[in-house]
Design a protein around this ligand. Sequence first.
Ligand code: ATP
Length: 292
Amino acid sequence: MTPDLMESMREVRERHEARTQQAGASGGDASFGRLLQAGQPDFTQGVALYLDDITVSFDGFRALNKLSLAINVGELRCIIGPNGAGKTTMMDVITGKTRPDAGRASFGSTIDLLRLRENDIAQIGIGRKFQKPTVYEQLSVFENLELALKADRRARASLFHRLSGEQLDRIGEILQLIHLKGEAQRTAGLLSHGQKQWLEIGMLLMQDPKLLLLDEPVAGMTDEETERTAELFLSLEGQHSLVVVEHDMKFVDQLTEGRKKVTVLHEGSVLAEGRLSEVQANEKVVEVYLGR
Ligand SMILES: Nc1ncnc2c1ncn2[C@@H]1O[C@H](COP(=O)(O)OP(=O)(O)OP(=O)(O)O)[C@@H](O)[C@H]1O
């Protein structure tokens, strides 16, 4: 290591330690309630998303019941659970669609998600993919990606301008990633179901989200499409945090590669966490899935 590099690493470490001490001195939990810099999530503590004791009630029924969950930076986490377990409600809370009755939610260690509106949450780097693909059917694959790029606040200035070389390169990269390079000029409405799902994921990626929430992304896909989607998600892991809600256990198995943590939700709380093989062998999990 060169002396210059050692010096800059020392500076980064000192700044991080100073920040941590400051947080401690303010007397509260370092992770919550302080917007250090609006719109600037802090990921230096390694946490991308933190839910703490989140409760959501609908007419007295608890869809989420003191749900606590942490997702690390770059982590790919699969969330499974029987129908009605609260998976969609959890995504709704993270994206600001539903306000919880109680609990705390942070993006990185500093951004209090419960203070932000849905639009702001999308802009700070949380992308959500709903189960049904929602692409602009009349537009080409390329135009869909171009539109997604221009919907990004940071690119607003160029809304009425031609794409820069950098932006064209970015679209090219995403096309490659989502296996649609050969379909760039094709009308999106003519794509297969799986290809539409990839396009929508590509549109989210154009905005370079730090956290991606994916609701049953392979529902309705062929086996081959499912396998390619697993490859795509595995290639995104590390650069993005991914939360994948899924019922397809074969897909979950592909994504977790026998070692990653899976979370099982039931009645609005975490019932179990561990490797897929472990949770599948867990008696409580078997019981809720079989409805005994
Ligand atoms: N707006 C609402 N009003 C009343 N009850 C609701 C509402 N939204 C969700 N619920 C209830 O909350 C519970 C959790 O629902 P949620 O959709 O979050 O579960 P889920 O795990 O996503 O289920 P699935 O796997 O079937 O999509 C369910 O019992 C559901 O009926």
